[in-house]
Write a protein that binds this ligand. Sequence first.
Ligand code: SDX
Length: 429
Amino acid sequence: MAKETLTVTDNRTGKTYEIQIDQGAIRATDLRQIRVSEDDVGLLSYDPAFMNTASCKSAITFIDGEKGILRYRGYPIEQLAEQSTFLETAYLVLHGELPTGKQLEEWVYNITHHTMIHENIKKFVDGFHYDAHPMGILVGTVAALSTFYPDAKNILDTANRQKQIYRLIAKMPTLAAFAYRHSLGLPFAYPDNDLSYSGNFLNMLFRMTESKYTPNRVMEKGLDVLFILHADHEQNCSANAMRSVGSSHVDPYSAVAAATAALYGPLHGGANEAVLRMLREIGTKEKVPEFIKKVKTREALLMGFGHRIYKSYDPRAKAIKKLAYEIFEVTGTNPLLDIAIELERIALEDEFFVKRRLYPNVDYYTGMVYEAMGFPVEIYPVLFAIGRTPGWIAQWQEMLLDPEQKIARPRQLYVGSEQRDYVQIEQRR
Ligand code: SDX
């Protein structure tokens, strides 16, 4: 039986070493024994942007990028999108099992009854310019929640953590909706506990003078499915931020603020907004070939395409494309859809994209669905953050409870100046 080990020879010394292989990986710290002298700290692994480095062991999400597979706790997202709800999926992502009827009832009750936020938070939201980007407002206000719940620092207390988890999942939509209403100069619409999680979010966004808001069932279901499809995605940029910042044992609100800031970037969660702007800039189907040329000469990125892990069609993009047609049945089709479909058709045939294995990712069709549902483009990454909050918290909690984890502190390869003496300003040139 072949041994699960690696034998390496250090040609600098002629020494050989046997290194254990576990789950297709070696421990980077096992390289430290490879040294050329007693005072040598030993071999490091160098991996900018973690292209080939596992930072943790996780049981939350499984992705097979070659086959386009995505499962939360073993359940295919296609089945969850069809049969589950976002709050049930959030429970699954966080607890590892689908809830019983009683567990789900208690979970939904607790989240529903934590949707209100402290009235003082309205004062900071009002302090932002009318055109402040809602992601900037969200980063600021979710961090501010840490000052309203100082007990959240007791991160190793299970019951306390659970209370903060209810609050975070419950209040992200409220913060998002208040930011949106502020940008329109509209009064804040308070949560309505009679509505579902997604229905209440629509209520806080769109209720006007009616005493009771009734969400459109297709929109409510569509938004819930979109939240399910965004719930987690293993060690993406924002999950890494959540784990890294959380590893200092800061409270979860501050860690979620860091994750939200990471998601804000156009290469990550900001891509859904960037896709809409790209499609609007292209303007017509006829102009697609001209844009493709710009992508090939590196003047533009094809936003919503490409992925570090998926080297095939992102399964979420498939599910969202299917959902888009259901939403367009109600809202009327989106003229940008023709441009997006033409762009996808060309990209999937063109050698430049095929060679680089670039396919539509989760953000490619999401923006068009959000636009059809009446959301302004700036709020798209905020919708991503709401859906991803259970995933961030699950990653954070798994890190906290993992005995192998400690404060994240990577090493570096120093390429700077050797020691040199201070130069008086008169001698400097
Ligand atoms: C999300 O990680 C996650 O799981 C993230 C996410 C999640 O659920 O959390 O899935 C959500 O962030 C989806 C990705 C959204 N971002 C975008 O759609 C922005 C456009 N995409 C690219 O910026 C890019 O594809 C990334 C950032 C998504 C992935 O970048 P990688 O893995 O670092 O790949 P790369 O930049 O090394 O690209 C390899 C090649 C390069 O060309 P060469 O230098 O080899 O010639 O492909 C090119 C890139 O220039 N390329 C693109 C491209 N994406 C990659 N060229 C044009 N358009 C693109 N979109």
